[in-house]
Ligand binder design. Structure first.
Ligand code: SF4
Ligand code: SF4
Length: 90
């Protein structure tokens, strides 16, 4: 399979609603989310995780940040059907 054919199978539709957030009261500032995010959407400021303002445009929906957060501070649910990462023929 050629690269361009593979790339044509997936595209992004920016979700119209938030699908991820962090509860600052639960966050310990461990920075594990910062380490695992493949597209660098997390930072720790003043001991608390902060999600990039444009995450809806850039998030890959891998769920790694949600999975690695041992304090349960991250809320993650997938965008509505037909938005976010859309796999053609999927
Ligand atoms: S992994 Fe969870 S507890 Fe650690 S900095 Fe990120 S949001 Fe906070
Ligand atoms: S779901 Fe994946 S890409 Fe999106 S913010 Fe979390 S680690 Fe980063």
């Amino acid at each position: 399979m050629k690269t361009e054919e593979f790339a044509g199978l997936v595209h992004k539709v920016v979700p119209s609603r938030d699908f991820m957030s962090v509860d600052a009261g639960e966050c310990t500032g461990c920075a594990d989310c910062v380490i695992v995010c493949p597209v660098f959407l997390w930072k720790v400021r003043e001991g608390r995780a902060v999600l990039a303002a444009d995450y809806r445009e850039r998030c890959l929906e891998c769920g790694a940040c949600w999975q690695v957060c041992s304090s349960g501070a991250i809320r993650f649910d997938f965008p509505d059907s037909g938005t976010g990462i859309v796999v053609r023929y999927g």
